[in-house]
Design a protein around this ligand. Structure first.
Ligand SMILES: O=C(O)c1ccccc1N[C@@H]1O[C@H](COP(=O)(O)O)[C@@H](O)[C@H]1O
Length: 241
């Protein structure tokens, strides 16, 4: 059986590494330099970094230069997201050398463009499905963007290679991942799913590892690492065993 991939998160707001609660602007707790955080996860053995430009996602500016510096400093794979919504922002994101990008709002608001870039870039494009219940949310999770399963079927038909599924109700809360949601999404698509939101303990990671045979490929871990609920080394050992 494959091992669950772990993607420690660095979310950047106003130049700082932060964690939000439910993705709400204004709920930030700051954790200092994004580069230092990313390097710490790399030193601890991460194979992936999940890097988010929150200002670009919220439409409150961007941290593009900083995000590029962090990506260029990494020897590990980087999944980059936030504000990638047109040719220019996609080109800038891919030019950082990141391994793949996540598209959120664009998949809800400009589906023709997303179908085009999926066709052009294949598995360098993942789609972030950020949901409340089964309703997708875009523009910094402030606007409804349609039904999860209808959108998933459309993206599948367009050849989308991977989905990053975030339960907004769980994100930043340390309440455990939404395993039912993940099972339902895995039942609806053959494509790999990266789980996001709610991881609080090593047992949560073991539970997500149990979903690998269903199609869960990886898990994004944020607040639990910053709050020192466990170390990344402990997390990597938990999913390896
Ligand atoms: O990760 C967060 O906490 C988050 C909170 C609020 C909005 C977006 C967030 N993160 C990721 O940003 C991209 C969406 O950006 P866009 O809509 O494409 O501009 C997506 O990967 C979210 O999971």
């Amino acid at each position: 059986m494959s091992t669950l991939e772990l993607l420690p998160a660095v979310d950047v707001r106003d130049g700082q590494a932060v964690r939000l609660v439910h993705g709400e602007s204004g709920s930030e707790t700051s954790y200092g330099s994004p580069l230092e955080a990313a390097l710490a996860w790399q030193r601890a053995g991460a194979e992936w970094l999940h890097l988010v430009d929150l200002d670009a996602a919220f439409g409150t500016g961007d941290n593009r230069d900083l995000v590029r510096q962090v990506t260029e400093a990494m020897d590990i794979k980087v999944e980059l997201s936030g504000g990638i919504r047109d040719d220019a922002t996609l080109a800038a994101a891919l030019a950082t050398g990141c391994t793949r990008v996540n598209l959120g709002t664009a998949a809800l608001e400009t589906p023709e463009w997303v179908a085009k870039v999926i066709a052009e870039h294949g598995d360098k494009i993942a789609v972030g499905l950020d949901v409340r219940g089964t309703t997708l949310r875009g523009r910094g999770w402030t606007r409804d963007g349609g039904d999860l399963y209808e959108t998933l079927a459309r993206l599948d038909s367009e050849g989308c290679s991977r989905y990053v599924v975030t339960d907004i109700a769980k994100d930043g809360t340390l309440q455990g991942p939404n395993l039912e949601l993940l099972k339902n999404v895995c039942a609806a698509t053959d494509k790999p799913v990266v789980a996001s939101g709610g991881v609080s303990s090593l047992d949560d990671l073991r539970a997500l590892s149990g979903l690998v045979p269903l199609g869960v490929e990886g898990a994004i871990v944020g607040k639990a690492l910053y709050a020192k609920a466990f170390t990344l080394e402990e997390a990597l050992a938990a999913v390896a065993s």
